[in-house]
Design a protein around this ligand. Structure first.
Ligand SMILES: Nc1ncnc2c1ncn2[C@@H]1O[C@H](COP(=O)(O)OP(=O)(O)OP(=O)(O)O)[C@@H](O)[C@H]1O
Length: 257
């Protein structure tokens, strides 16, 4: 089953030229998809359509088979969690309280948001913090955490949301190399559908089962890393000369102007 379906989608700010043009792809359950492309290619704009922040000007985005704009925000959030580059401004909340926000779409009725988390929710919040190596920081105010620790809090919040799809915008930003590898391994091991923008092509090649390359708002390539991340595609997408050495275990990229 396809968890996400994007069909004939264009998007642009009202009254302006479209930024995304005629985008179409479907993501089957459990697939790990990396979205790559140059600065300004439209990666974050495409993610905003997937996590129901912006509606397409043309075409449809379907989540679990239903038009995402025919479901409510809470229903979309029960199925899809987003980890964004912009982080909450409520720096006084503790890491645990931010992770607890991930449970809100699952709570119903008048008590939602007012009462404390149930025992099951508290256990889920604690295990999400533990998976992201945040136990020592759980009760510190978010504003006192390092950039990498904050990023891990945002991923823990997404895990606590128990979604079917996680969409991440540059998730490895701010993370040291160990935490980058740990995060990508953890995402891969979740058994969920994962869609992430990644600037690091080596990480994309290792992590993703499928790579979608955007160029000036259109899909330039969509396929397994070995075919999508070709020298010719990278040269076009980034306007550089690319060499790929595939003699080792993982491809080694080198780039020249
Ligand atoms: N609301 C908006 N109004 C006007 N222009 C916008 C708007 N949102 C995005 N753009 C423009 O659309 C283009 C694509 O932006 P987007 O942030 O999607 O690119 P990106 O591929 O994520 O880039 P980066 O790698 O730099 O993060 C950029 O030129 C950006 O300035």
């Amino acid at each position: 089953m396809n968890v996400i379906e994007v069909e004939g989608v264009s998007w642009g700010p009202r009254g302006r030229e479209p930024i995304l043009r005629d985008i179409g792809f479907a993501v089957p359950q459990g697939q790990i998809l990396a979205i790559c492309g140059a600065n300004g290619a439209g990666k974050s704009s495409l993610l905003r359509l997937l996590y129901r922040h912006q509606a397409p000007s043309r075409g449809t985005v379907r989540l679990m088979g239903r038009d995402i704009w025919l479901m409510g925000a809470a229903e979309a959030a029960r199925n899809l969690a987003a980890v964004l580059q912009e982080q909450p401004t409520d720096f006084a909340l503790t890491a645990r309280q931010i992770v607890a926000l991930g449970r809100l779409p699952h709570r119903r009725g008048l008590s939602a948001g007012l009462s404390g988390p149930s025992r099951e929710d508290a256990a889920l919040i604690a295990s999400s913090l533990a998976r992201m190596d945040l136990v020592p920081h759980a009760d510190r105010p978010f504003g006192t955490l390092s950039g990498g620790e904050r990023q891990r809090v945002m991923v823990a919040r997404a895990l606590a949301q128990e979604p079917k799809v996680i969409v991440l915008d540059e998730p490895t930003n701010h993370l040291d190399i160990r935490h980058q590898l740990e995060l990508l391994a953890l995402l891969k091991g979740l058994g969920l559908t994962v869609i992430a923008t990644l600037h690091d092509l080596t990480l994309a090649a290792e992590f993703a089962e499928r790579v979608l390359i955007l160029q000036e708002g259109r899909i330039l390539a969509d396929g397994p890393p070995d075919t999508a991340l070709s020298e010719a595609n990278l040269a076009r997408a980034f306007n550089i000369r690319a060499r790929i050495d595939r003699s080792g275990e993982a491809p080694r990229f080198s780039f020249h102007l």
